[in-house]
Design a protein around this ligand. Structure first.
Ligand code: 5GP
Ligand code: ZN
Length: 114
């Protein structure tokens, strides 16, 4: 837990979020500023600053993160067309420095991304 981290505060319940899923390791909640009809975030409760901070030590956790994202996408009816996004660093658009996997779907998604 990092005391000034927004997503640590959501993970520990200090700040509310519209949750879809929670277990001991992971939390999924709807993005406050959705970029697609379905847009939610899946985070590890453990504080990691972003995908660039992931090491082989977190391989199992990151595997669980992706597996849960797919499972929730299927549950939300977007299993046949969704995008997973991990932004790393300001230049890539990262604004919250706690690892979070975006899950976007419910519309056609263009490529390349902006
Ligand atoms: P990033 O730009 O770091 O990849 O993504 C951060 C995401 O977190 C953004 O899509 C933003 O809308 C979302 N976000 C920021 N603050 C909050 C909040 O307080 N609650 C929720 N649910 N989402 C947030
Ligand atoms: Zn954090």
């Amino acid at each position: 837990m990092s005391s000034d981290c927004l997503f640590c505060k959501i993970a520990n319940g200090t700040i509310p979020a519209n949750k879809l899923y929670e277990d001991d390791e992971l939390l999924a909640f709807w993005d406050i500023n959705p970029q697609a009809p379905k847009h939610f975030l899946v985070i590890p409760k453990k504080h990691l600053t972003g995908p660039g901070a992931v090491t082989s030590k977190e391989a199992g956790l990151v595997g669980s993160l992706i597996a849960k994202a797919g499972e929730l996408a299927r549950q939300q009816g977007i299993g046949d067309g969704f995008r997973l996004v991990l932004n790393n660093g300001i230049e890539a658009g990262q604004t919250v420095f706690h690892l979070h996997l975006h899950v976007l779907g419910g519309r056609a998604l263009g490529w390349p991304p902006g």
